[in-house]
Design a protein around this ligand. Structure first.
Ligand code: IPE
Ligand code: IPE
Ligand code: MG
Length: 253
C-alpha cells in the first residue's frame, strides 16, 4: 500500500511516477474542422496511443486517463452511444497491443452501467495484462471522484461494521485502501488539455498534493512533445507537502 501525501512526505522524483490526465477538447477539435464531434473522439484515441508510448519513454509508471465521467451521460444520447461504441472498439483492438508492450491495463469507475460486451472486454483485458509491469494504464470510465470516495467508505464499513458504532473514529487512512486507485501511488502530475481549468469530478481525493498543469492544446493535438513539456514543467517545481522551502532543501531539520 502506498502512503498518503498528507500523512508522510513522499520521496522527491524528477519524472512523475503517476500522471493523471483529463483528455478534453475533442469536440472543439472536430468543430474547428467542421467535422462531427465523434471525429474528435476518434482522433483522441490516436493521441492516447502517442501519450502511452511517450509515457513509457519517460519511465512513467502509472498513467491514468479520464475517458468518460459520471456526468457525461448528460450528453446527447447519440454522442453517448458513439462514445460507447468507440470504447468497445478500442478495447477490442488495443488490449492485445497493450499486452504485447508489457502494459498492465485497468479500468476504474462504475462499470455496472456499461453494456455486457464492454464489461466482458474490460474484465478480459484486466485479467490478461494483470502480470505486466512496464506501465499501468488506467482508464477512468463512468468515473466520478465523489462516487469513488463514497464507494470506498461503503466498502470500509462493510469490512469493519464495528466502525459504525457511535463515537468510533474514522481516519482518512482507513478510507484510502478502498479507493478504486489504491494499487497506484497518488498522481504526481495532473494534466488537463482543452483550456478549462477545473477538476470536473476527477480524482478528488487522490489529487490532494498533485502538481497541476493546464494546456490550451486540444486533446487530439496532444503528443509526445506536449507530454515532454508537462514533465519539464513538473521537474522545475518545488513540492513542499506542507513543509517550508528551507526544510525541503535540507537546511532545517
Ligand atoms: C473530451 O472531449 C472527451 C470526453 C469528455 C468524452 P470533449 O468531448 O469534452 O470535447 P469538448 O470539451 O466539447 O471540446
Ligand atoms: C471531463 O471533460 C471528462 C472527460 C474528459 C472524460 P468534460 O468536457 O466532460 O468536462 P466539463 O463538463 O467541461 O467540466
Ligand atoms: Mg469537454
Amino acid at each position: 500500500m502506498f502512503t498518503s501525501s498528507t500523512r508522510a512526505v513522499p520521496d522527491p522524483v524528477r519524472v512523475p511516477r503517476h500522471i493523471a490526465i483529463i483528455m478534453d477538447g475533442n469536440g472543439r477539435w472536430a468543430n474547428k474542422r467542421l467535422l462531427p464531434r465523434v471525429a474528435g473522439h476518434r482522433k483522441g484515441v490516436e493521441a492516447v496511443r502517442a501519450t502511452v508510448r511517450a509515457a513509457i519513454g519517460h519511465g512513467v509508471e502509472y498513467l491514468t486517463l479520464f475517458a468518460f465521467s459520471s456526468e457525461n451521460w448528460r450528453r446527447p444520447a447519440d454522442e453517448v452511444t458513439l462514445l460507447m461504441e468507440l470504447f468497445a472498439r478500442a478495447l477490442e483492438q488495443e488490449v492485445a497491443k497493450l499486452h504485447a508492450s508489457g502494459i498492465r491495463f485497468r479500468v476504474v469507475g462504475d462499470t455496472s452501467r456499461f453494456d455486457r460486451r464492454i464489461r466482458e472486454l474490460v474484465a478480459e483485458g484486466e485479467a490478461t495484462t494483470a502480470g505486466n509491469t512496464r506501465l499501468t494504464l488506467t482508464v477512468a470510465a463512468n468515473y466520478g471522484g465523489r462516487w469513488d470516495i463514497a464507494q470506498a467508505a461503503r466498502a470500509y464499513f462493510r469490512a469493519h461494521p464495528e466502525a459504525l458504532a457511535d463515537g468510533a473514529a474514522l481516519e482518512p487512512e482507513a478510507i484510502e485502501p478502498w479507493l478504486t486507485t489504491a494499487y497506484a501511488p497518488e498522481p504526481d502530475l495532473f494534466i488537463r488539455t482543452g483550456g478549462e481549468q477545473r477538476i470536473s469530478n476527477f480524482l478528488l481525493w487522490q489529487l490532494a498534493y498533485t502538481e497541476f498543469y493546464f494546456t490550451d492544446l486540444l486533446w487530439p493535438d496532444f503528443d509526445e512533445a506536449a507530454l515532454g513539456a508537462a514533465i519539464e514543467s513538473f521537474a522545475a517545481r518545488e513540492r513542499r507537502f506542507g513543509q517550508t522551502g528551507e526544510q525541503v532543501h535540507g537546511n532545517v531539520a
